[in-house]
Design a protein around this ligand. Structure first.
Ligand SMILES: NC(=O)C1=CN([C@@H]2O[C@H](COP(=O)(O)OP(=O)(O)OC[C@H]3O[C@@H](n4cnc5c(N)ncnc54)[C@H](O)[C@@H]3O)[C@@H](O)[C@H]2O)C=CC1
Ligand SMILES: O=C(O)C(=O)COP(=O)(O)O
Length: 413
């Protein structure tokens, strides 16, 4: 990537990186000419987050930092947000959109890491290894096959058959498991996996149930006492999706009652804010539960790939205006604009804005080399490549900024 000049000099663009995102992200920004990088190994307390985000043009975070509407209200200069992970539920996506801020994530880079962990957990749970491990640590020794099973020939039920769920299915089939899945969308089955006829059908059949849905209003507490009761007695539950998806008290009760044979849980309704803070959960202290501190995607391979993927998307937006793969914003894929200046105009999607933009251009009688427009119900994003010098482009930018409904304007040289 060759450093390109933007209306706002690159050396003044401040990049705030939180939660110890990979060094590959820093390297990607630096290689693209961004030198002002404020790097933090941890999430920041809210007060400090507000103070730092007020100065930032680009922010990168993982799943812990909550970018609420209140925090975003402080982010007066912010042009883009990068979630260096898959989930984007920690960001108020609507508030970001109406502030004219696209949000990017890494939809694939850590999926394999989660899938490997989940399949390993299925094997461990079916063998009763968590209990045997705990017993040995206490000096116990109980060599027996009771309650210990191969996964071969057993049924894995996958709820949410997306990027992670499908990979879990493929790996599980390689171990000889039967795979059934449930999704709200019609999905192409990979291998011999089969769609269940509904969630209850899956629960009635599965020896191990694993959740891979995003956090949405519909998935909050979607796995409660009724769903747990519908599982086969002694079946195991794995949750590496989001902590809010499972009613954790209902799970604890079902484990105590022996209805659920074991569980592996990586995500929790409330997670400690920082390493070293106490982890509180009703699931603590049970030998048949594998507890992990939200590390499903935390492998060096995944983190390095995510660093490059998300930083490259942020650089591309900052340098070129492309919003390809933004999760909350009209998506525009843009060619390079050699020989033209590029004006970006983000506005509320209300009647009359486009005609005012076009009037502005016709007043200046400049040659338009390219025009790109995408809208969604809330926001319109117009990109105009124009043969103009810097002074003309800046004059145009000021006029565009004055159009009622404008959220943001930028010029890319
Ligand atoms: N533990 C960890 O460290 C990690 C956790 N995750 C979590 O895993 C989630 C899933 O990741 P991907 O597979 O990449 O997402 P994805 O978007 O590719 O797949 C999610 C699937 O769930 C389905 N779905 C949505 N609502 C549903 C519902 N109510 N019932 C059944 N299916 C439903 C969707 O149609 C989609 O097929 C992420 O959103 C994130 O929250 C992701 C990476 C790491
Ligand atoms: O990718 C996700 O959605 C995850 O849950 C991983 O989050 P993290 O980057 O480990 O904070």
């Amino acid at each position: 990537m060759s450093p390109k000049k933007t209306s706002f000099p690159k050396q003044d663009i401040r990049v705030l990186l939180l939660e110890g995102v990979s060094q590959t992200a820093v390297d990607t920004f630096k290689a693209a000419g961004y030198s002002q990088i404020d790097y933090h190994a941890k999430a920041l307390p809210e007060d400090e987050l507000k103070a730092r985000i007020a100065e930032a043009h680009i922010v990168g975070l993982r799943s812990r930092t909550q970018l609420t509407a209140e925090v975003l209200a402080e982010a007066k200069r912010l042009v883009a947000i990068g979630c260096f992970c898959i989930g984007t539920n920690q960001v108020d996506l609507d508030a970001a959109e109406v502030a004219g801020i696209p949000v990017f994530n890494a939809p694939y880079s850590n999926t394999r890491s989660v899938a490997e962990l989940v399949v390993a957990q299925a094997v461990m749970l079916m063998r009763g290894i968590p209990q045997k491990n705990a017993e040995c640590h206490r000096g116990g020794w109980s060599k027996a096959a009771t309650g210990s099973h191969e996964v071969r020939g057993k049924t894995l039920g996958i709820i949410g058959y997306g990027h992670i769920g499908t990979q879990v299915g493929v790996l599980a089939e390689a171990l000889g498991m039967r795979v059934v899945f449930h999704d709200i969308e019609t999905k192409l089955s990979l291998g011999n996996a089969r769609a269940a006829s509904g969630l209850n059908d899956l629960l009635a059949r599965a020896d191990v149930v694993t959740l891979h849905v995003p956090e949405t209003p519909a998935t909050k507490n979607m796995f409660g006492a009724a769903q747990i009761a519908a599982m086969k007695r002694g079946a195991h539950l794995i949750n590496a999706s989001r902590g809010t998806v499972v009613d954790i008290d209902a799970l604890a009760a079902a484990l105590d009652a022996g209805h659920v044979g074991g569980a592996a849980v990586d995500v929790f309704p409330v997670e400690p804010k920082a390493n070293g803070d106490e982890f509180l959960s009703p699931l603590r202290g049970r030998d048949n539960v594998i507890l992990t501190p939200h590390i499903g995607g935390s492998t060096l391979e995944a983190q390095d790939n995510i660093g490059v993927e998300v930083a490259a998307k942020l650089v591309r937006y900052s340098d070129n205006g492309s919003t390809l793969s933004a999760v909350n914003f009209p998506e525009v894929t843009l060619p390079e604009h050699e020989g033209s200046l590029r004006l970006l105009h983000i506005h509320r999607n209300v009647p009359g804005v486009l005609s005012k933009i076009n009037e502005t251009f016709s007043r200046h009688a400049l040659n338009i080399d390219g025009q790109f427009l995408r809208t969604d119900p809330k926001v319109g994003y117009v990109v105009i490549d124009v043969s103009a010098d810097e002074a003309q482009a800046n004059a145009l930018k000021d006029e565009l900024a004055a159009i009622p409904g404008t959220l943001r304007t930028r010029v890319l040289y």
